[in-house]
Design a binder for this molecule. Structure first.
Ligand SMILES: [Zn+2]
Length: 79
């Protein structure tokens, strides 16, 4: 039974399924990608929910306590 099993979206009431998603976060002047993040995703409106322990792991990762798996150049577009 998944963490998000039976949960519903607080915005639209849709059901939430667990998916692995890619997040991007801006850290100082750099964008970092965090891959394979377990998230609850609303099947109706697409809102993503993250468990507190997942967010904590992400924070620790981007604060440099974990070494990045690999580094990519991220193209950034601005209008
Ligand atoms: Zn929703």
């Amino acid at each position: 039974m998944g963490f998000w099993e039976g949960e519903t979206c607080e915005y639209c009431g849709g059901s939430i399924v667990e998916k692995r998603v890619t997040m991007h976060r801006k850290v100082k002047e750099n964008y970092v990608l965090i891959e394979s993040v377990p998230a609850g995703v609303c099947t109706q409106c697409g809102t993503r929910y993250y468990a507190a322990n997942v967010l904590k792991t992400i924070e620790e990762s981007i604060r440099g306590r974990r070494k990045a798996e690999r580094e990519l150049l991220v193209p950034v577009y601005s209008l």
